[in-house]
Design a protein around this ligand. Structure first.
Ligand code: HEM
Length: 421
């Protein structure tokens, strides 16, 4: 395999060039070293899984734990895996860090509050937010779609859904801004923002619990407090960790779904025109398959979150020792030619598209209905209201964020003919 004499050496990973276009390196790994041990920029060593079949198997394998205590380096690698600042903010008990039976219990409880119906009822508010954000820049003829559109939309949406009062939502915008700006860089500011958000949520949960039953409590946090399973409720600590993970998991992902999605459409004018025409004719079916295809083609979650082998396992013919971290590269699996016809082509009407952009198995994205709602509303509204939208920068000049898990642009400058609101 990768140590054969005839095989060229592995391409460099985690450089700026790699961040701009990781797909050639992933194609190499899929072919020559599908389960590949590498040192990450943090110094931690992990296995990268790049083939679709192996990726799907790993995501569903219960011998791969989500609990960082299983990491063989957990004693001295403290703080290097997981969400920056989560230990100090007492946030370790959230869905992406735990295994069954705790995961099963918490997921069942949150699913009772975060229902597809609650999300569907939220659609008019998402549309209103989308229009308000576009109203704010439509008369300028230019915008940075990341900062003025993709970034605020999910923050305000999730705050509304959780029941964070409107007057406090700009604080969240600031804390989230700190997290997204420094996602791959210095950690101090991120940890501080995580702590502030956690503190705010703890207080809000406490207040909402006291006020339960007094009316005006039809929000997700009140739903989380009320949800019970065989008489069991979430503790305030579990509810705070849950609210936090909903924010954390649902924010940058959606920013990047919109950012990467618009960028891919602007780089594929034929597909963009097709979608624009369908929308103009009132046909929304291409929008639905299109958003799924954008998730497959250049999705927001490049690598699934950390997993740790609880016992020695064999994956794709490779032996993995107990305690070793395993990172499933969703972006590589979703371009695997063994699974997808012409994987490097964007085809908005792709039907056979069981992509892994939302993960697979018991940790499958809980927020997928909300992400779809926001993604579809954002793209359709942009294309309808700004039909002449175009990139205002050379693609070579655009910078991608350097973080490990997420894939997204730092800025997305666009221009269009200015319009009156
Ligand atoms: C386009 C946007 C999104 C993408 C691509 C996405 C992707 C993912 C992926 C890949 C996972 C599994 C991670 C793993 O197994 O390591 C996941 C889990 C999760 N996502 Fe999303 N997500 C998105 C939006 C959201 C939103 C809007 C929310 C909530 C508001 C959300 C909440 C969650 C939660 C709570 C989990 C953990 C589920 C569990 O462990 O049981 N996500 N997401």
């Amino acid at each position: 395999m990768h140590d054969d004499k005839d095989t060229p050496p592995a391409p460099p990973l985690f450089t700026w060039e790699f961040a701009a276009d990781p797909y050639p390196a992933y194609a190499w790994l899929r072919e020559h070293a599908p389960v590949h041990r590498t040192a990450l920029p943090s110094g931690v060593e992990a296995w990268l899984v790049t083939r679709y079949a192996d990726a799907r198997q790993a995501l569903a394998d219960q011998r791969l734990s989500k609990n960082p205590a299983h990491h063989s380096e957990s004693a001295h690698g403290k703080g290097k895996v997981g969400i920056p600042g989560e230990r100090s903010a007492n946030l370790m008990t959230h869905l992406l860090n735990i295994d069954p039976p705790d995961h099963t219990r918490l997921r069942r409880l949150v699913s009772k509050a975060f229902t597809p119906r609650r999300v569907a009822e939220f659609a008019p508010r998402v549309q209103e937010l989308t229009d308000q954000l576009i109203d704010a820049f439509i008369d300028k003829g230019e915008a940075d779609l990341i900062h003025e559109f993709a970034f605020p939309l999910p923050i305000y949406a999730i705050c509304d859904l959780l029941g964070v009062p409107r007057e406090d939502q700009d604080d969240f915008r600031d804390w989230a801004g700190m997290m997204i700006r420094h996602g791959g860089g210095p950690r101090g500011g991120v940890a501080r923002s995580v702590k502030k958000m956690r503190g705010y949520l703890a207080e809000l949960i406490h207040r909402k619990r006291e006020e339960l039953g007094e009316g005006g409590d039809d929000d997700l946090i009140s739903g989380l407090i009320r949800a019970s399973d065989h008489g069991e409720h979430l503790t305030e600590n579990e509810a705070a960790a849950m609210a936090f993970i909903l924010l954390f998991a649902g924010f940058e992902t959606t920013v990047n779904l919109i950012g990467n999605g618009v960028y891919a459409l602007l780089r594929n004018p034929g597909e963009r025109e097709r979608l624009q025409r369908a929308l103009a004719e009132g046909d929304e079916s291409l929008l639905a398959t299109g958003v799924e295809e954008l998730l497959r083609y250049d999705g927001p979650v490049e690598l699934a979150t950390w997993r740790f082998a609880t016992e020695p396992i064999t994956l794709g013919g490779q032996r993995i020792a107990a305690g070793d971290p395993v990172l499933v590269v969703l972006a590589a699996a979703d371009r695997d030619p063994e699974r997808f016809a012409e994987p490097d082509t964007l085809d908005l009407s792709r039907r056979d598209n069981q992509h892994l952009g939302y993960g697979h198995g018991i940790h499958y994205c809980l927020g997928a209905p909300l992400a779809r709602l926001e993604g579809q509303a954002a793209l359709a509204t942009l294309l309808r209201r700004l039909p002449d939208l175009r990139l205002a920068a050379d693609p070579e000049e655009l910078r991608w964020r350097g973080g490990l898990i997420m894939r997204g642009l730092r800025t997305l400058p666009v221009e269009f003919a200015p319009r009156i609101r």
